[in-house]
Design a protein around this ligand. Structure first.
Ligand code: DGT
Ligand code: CA
Ligand code: CA
Ligand code: ZN
Length: 590
């Protein structure tokens, strides 16, 4: 296991111990241990384990040495497994409700016998939670709202999580002898930020073995439906998946139909009808005449053949429309007028600007992050750690930022990595719109990301004016996670997005497309128009560890959904062009 994976286990042990009401010192020992691990270099951990010198590290006590060693060597820890099975899963689930930490859950459990969401709701409804010391009416209301949100959101999943499950299933299907073609369709294929369920389309000669394989997948909790050619399952995570098996000649039509969206399908079917054709999941056939669409599609004399979706679009006088664009928001009209824009692709990215290190709340060091960027083939990596007001994220003081700047300059000079590191900051936009560092220091950096991390409750007018003031600051290069939303967890704060976009265009400030799978902020629905009007985008993973850099993949989906081309995204440009851009912004040059 890597040090970050081990740190995750230690943190989880801390939470479980807290839920059990264990001695706070013991709990803290695990939390501290996790932090200490995160700050180590990966190689250093390996060396310490091999030399049996973990106990010499400050903050790693005797109890942790053996556990870390076991995890490092085997990826498993018996103590952890036993502990997990000793805590009711209902209690652990309560941690997902905003405002409920292990301490509060323990109290609810001890005093009111709350053991899961249902008993929690009951306790809130008759006002018993409000009466508890340390809770009150406000907390109770917040809990009720949290449970409601959870129900409203509960049926959807992050694209990233859904993709991680779908990938191996598609690969597994394709590996079956009976399967000719297999593809994931639905919102997942369209790259939507959240996914309701998975949809798999398979062309197979022999149906039964494919069905058997699918319904016996690891993690399947329940087979919710099973017919002759389709099956639906529910995984333990709550995610559901539909499988449809079709004859090879229907595959392209089924793939198109079940990719959706529904709006896109309805519009495309209209277009087919206006040409005397009927389009469905079964095929493209004449609209006139006897029989259902399905029956006609089964008649080789009537149906149009299409091996690929491109041929379907072509039969309707259109060029290929990429799945990400199929939201029924004008893509068919645009394809009718001429070729669609060449959308940005993952390979176009040469780096990214908003990333963290162990200096603030990241879990990998500057060197580790740079090495990971080099492995991805990036020409440059921007480091933008938090600023001093983000205390909870261990934001950097002026002194620490200057030291980091020196460290980055030295790293670049050393020639150790092919990847160039840009020195930036993720500077807090204070509640009044001022920046968290003075102009002199900001001017020494290569670039400045400005972000809101506090006073989320401001009214729309105040918040909008606050962010615009930051955009107008001569040192601001780009705006981080504009809306502050956390998908399925936290609504955006109140802000006039249109006005912010106007200000960013006017001041040549980049707006980031935060590619963290939980954010995908600014939302794709704004990008097409904003970029047409001249807004520059940067796809930033907001990585807090090396693996986080790969989140740009989720950002690419959303950028494509926003019709963005390479030219509209700063981090597709060369290092020199980026340096040009940074300088043009009018920062004091050194
Ligand atoms: P999701 O699962 O809620 O994230 O969204 P989708 O788009 O994956 O929706 P889903 O799984 O219900 O159905 C997959 C696709 O099948 C959908 O995008 C379009 C197509 N489809 C499903 N039901 C209908 C329908 O009633 N009419 C039309 N035209 N298409 C449908
Ligand atoms: Ca779906
Ligand atoms: Ca579905
Ligand atoms: Zn941030």
């Amino acid at each position: 296991m890597t040090k970050n994976e081990i740190a995750d286990v230690l943190n989880e042990i801390g939470v479980l111990l807290e839920l059990k009401g264990e001695n706070p010192f013991k709990v803290r020992a695990y939390q501290n241990g996790a932090r200490v691990l995160e700050a180590l270099e990966e190689a250093e951990l390996g060396r310490l384990v091999d030399a049996a010198e973990l106990n010499s590290v400050k903050g790693i006590g005797e109890a942790l040495v053996q556990k870390i060693t076991e995890l490092h060597a085997t990826g498993r820890l018996e103590y952890f497994e036993t502990l997990k099975s000793s805590v009711a899963p209902g209690l652990v689930e309560l941690l997902q409700i905003p405002g409920l930490g292990p301490k509060k859950i323990k109290v609810l459990n001890d005093k009111l016998g709350v053991s899961d969401i249902a008993t929690l709701v009951a306790a809130c409804t008759d006002g018993r939670v409000a009466e508890l010391a340390g809770f009150g009416a406000k907390t109770q209301a917040k809990i009720i709202e949290g449970v409601k949100n959870r129900e409203a959101y509960g049926r959807r999943h992050l694209w990233w999580d859904a993709a991680a499950i779908a990938g191996p299933i598609v690969a597994g299907l394709r590996a079956l002898a009976q399967v000719e073609r297999a593809e994931a369709a639905g919102s997942l294929r369209r790259g939507l930020e959240t996914v309701g369920d998975l949809d798999f389309i398979v062309a197979a000669k022999d149906i039964a073995p494919v069905m058997t394989w699918f319904t016996a997948l690891p993690g399947v909790k329940e087979v919710t439906a099973q017919g002759e050619t389709k099956a639906s399952v529910r995984f333990e995570s709550g995610l559901q998946a539909d499988l449809r098996i079709v004859p090879a000649e229907q595959f392209a039509f089924a793939l198109h139909h079940f990719t959706g969206s529904k709006d896109h399908n309805v519009q495309l079917r209209q277009r087919a009808l206006s040409r005397g054709l009927s389009l469905s999941e079964w095929g493209l056939v004449p609209a006139e005449g006897e029989g259902t669409a399905k029956e006609k599609a089964e008649n080789p004399g009537l149906r149009r053949n299409a091996e690929t979706e491109t041929e379907i679009f072509s039969a309707l006088g259109l060029g290929f429309i990429p799945p990400e664009l199929r939201e029924g928001v004008g893509e068919i009209e645009a394809a009718e007028r001429g070729p669609l824009p060449r959308l940005v692709e993952a390979e176009d990215l040469r780096g990214a600007f908003h990333n963290h290190t162990t200096e603030s709340d990241g879990r990998n060091t500057l060197a580790e992050m740079t090495a990971a960027a080099e492995d991805l083939g990036w020409d440059y990596l921007g480091i933008a750690d938090h600023s001093k007001s983000s205390v909870q994220a261990r934001g950097l003081t002026e002194g620490r930022l200057r030291a980091q700047l020196e460290e980055i300059r030295a790293l670049n000079r050393s020639g150790k990595f092919k990847t160039h590191v840009f020195a930036g900051t993720e500077c807090d936009i204070l509640p009044d719109g001022q920046l968290d560092f003075d102009d002199g220091l900001l001017g020494e950096l290569d670039y400045v990301v400005v972000s809101v991390h506090s006073a989320f409750a401001q009214d729309e007018e105040t918040m909008t004016a606050r962010i615009i003031r930051a955009i107008e600051h001569p040192s601001a290069t780009m705006l981080g996670h504009l809306s502050g939303r956390l998908l399925l967890r936290r609504e955006p704060y109140r802000v006039n997005v249109g006005k912010i976009i106007d200000a960013a265009i006017a001041h040549r400030v980049v707006i980031e497309l935060n590619a963290s799978p939980w954010r995908l902020d600014l939302d794709w629905r704004y990008w097409r128009l904003a970029a047409e009007r001249g807004l520059m985008c940067a796809i930033n993973p907001d990585a807090h560890e090396t693996e986080g850099l790969t989140h740009v993949r989720a950002g690419i989906n959303v950028a494509r959904k926003g019709w963005l081309t390479r030219e509209q995204i700063l981090n597709t440009r060369t290092r020199l062009e980026v340096e040009q851009w940074f300088k043009q912004r009018g920062r004091s040059q050194t």
